[in-house]
Design a protein around this ligand. Structure first.
Ligand SMILES: Nc1ncnc2c1ncn2[C@@H]1O[C@H](COP(=O)(O)OP(=O)(O)O)[C@@H](O)[C@H]1O
Ligand SMILES: [Mg+2]
Ligand SMILES: [Zn+2]
Length: 394
């Protein structure tokens, strides 16, 4: 049997399988139950967050032999054919390659006829923003007064490219990036069913890279499995993802906060010798500084991190003060770009890290003000001395 990629194998087959889009799912389920399904829907959102899956489910809900129902059976001919993309009454059209006016004219002609077998003729047009201006115009009239048996479901990652005339004729739903906790729950469910053992730390890395897209998360999981088998170690996962080991990132960040130039240089050398991608490393350090900053501001580490990492981040947040963190972040964040275009990435990274520790303010502003006041009142102060107790920390 050939291997089916996880993203395909785990396409949501019920509305409850669609993770993180409850606001959309609820509205659509209600519309189906109340018999108030709109004639044109527009699903917007980033790639891989469930737009096509939801469109197919809506098509099943409408055409299931046991329907219309918010809980399509998944077993009847319409349901199985829609899942396979072979239904005679449900057309899935790629807007990017069928974007001409003649394509829409053909669609318009077909839409006039009654469905061949099922309740509705359903047109799912993906990447609908790719249609030409003339194609949109040709679509308008049908969209305004479609025959009763016709439903349109449009999907797009770029809704701002759609003409207002189209937007105003559709019921729009915004799909969002999938929140970390829900993504984690879904991935764990899939890994349990597939008998894969992945640590929370590795999940956390994978989820961060997926940027809220479930398809990307599942593709990364495929990548890990093919590289390292069913129970990969954290190091193997990091390597498969081309990512930098978390402990390396953490120790860079600690050295930055400690202003330990010597350790930073040694660590850059090690990273370089190990062949780590330095741009990526800089990016990870910038993220870590962000986490420390957030931990400082909120009094607790960001919840999207794995537990062991949360502790390390929280500990670091206690040692640093906000103006120092802000400065470190600015310099390292700028370094990501510098390192990526430098002829000598190692040199660029070294200089950026050194700048970060040398230039980060030695103390918070209120601290400096206090010192100046002490000087002015003749009490003096330790010149150049670094206060480790910024005065305005809560
Ligand atoms: N919200 C989600 N819940 C569960 N799985 C999802 C979700 N979004 C995407 N997926 C996974 O990613 C795959 C591709 O999703 P798809 O619906 O085609 O995304 P889009 O059309 O938004 O690019 C699905 O087959 C499924 O495995
Ligand atoms: Mg899609
Ligand atoms: Zn069915």
């Amino acid at each position: 049997m050939s291997y089916i990629v996880l993203a395909r194998k785990w396409r949501p087959q019920k509305f409850t399988d669609i993770t993180g889009q409850e606001h959309v799912v609820r509205t659509i389920e209600n519309a189906i139950k109340l018999g108030r399904v709109a004639h044109a829907y527009l699903f917007c959102g980033p790639r891989g967050v469930g737009k096509t899956s939801a469109a197919r489910l809506l098509a099943k809900a409408l055409n299931c032999e046991k329907g219309p129902t918010a809980d399509p059976c998944g077993a009847c001919q319409p349901c199985t054919e829609i899942a396979a993309g072979t239904s005679v009454d449900v057309a899935e059209i790629d807007g990017a390659s069928n974007n001409g006016v003649e394509n829409v004219r053909e669609l318009r002609e077909n839409a006039k006829y009654l469905p061949q077998r099922d309740r509705h003729r359903i047109y799912i047009i993906d990447e609908v923003h790719m249609l030409s201006g003339a194609a949109f115009n040709a679509l308008l009239k049908t969209l305004e007064e479609p025959p009763g048996h016709v439903k349109f479901i449009f999907a797009t990652t770029e809704p701002h490219k759609l003409p207002d005339t189209i937007l105003s004729r559709c019921q729009r739903h915004n799909f969002r990036r999938i929140p970390v906790s829900q993504m984690l729950a879904r991935l764990k469910e899939i890994c349990a069913a597939e008998q894969l053992e992945i640590s929370d730390r590795s999940f956390s890395l994978l989820i961060r890279q997926s940027e809220g897209g479930m398809r990307d998360a599942l593709s990364l999981l495929d990548q890990i499995l093919s590289a390292c088998g069913k129970a990969p170690s954290d190091e193997a996962v990091a390597e498969a993802l081309g990512a930098v080991d978390r402990t390396v990132v953490q120790s860079f960040t600690e050295a930055l906060v400690r202003r330990d130039a010597k350790s930073l240089l040694a660590q850059v050398e090690q990273a370089f010798d190990r062949g780590l991608e330095l741009r990526r490393l800089a990016e990870e350090i910038a993220y870590q500084l962000r986490h420390v900053f957030v931990a400082h501001a909120l009094g607790e580490a960001p919840s999207e991190l794995a537990e062991s990492e949360r502790q390390a981040v929280a500990a670091l947040a206690k040692q640093a003060d906000p103006s120092q963190l802000a400065r470190l972040f600015d310099v390292v964040h700028g370094a990501v770009w510098e390192v990526s275009r430098a002829a000598q990435p190692r040199l660029a990274l070294e200089m950026a890290l050194l700048k970060a520790v040398q230039l980060a303010p030695a103390a918070s502003i209120p601290d400096l003000v206090a010192r100046v006041e002490r000087l002015a009142s003749g009490l003096g102060g330790a010149p150049g001395g670094r206060s480790s107790q910024p005065s305005f920390r809560a």
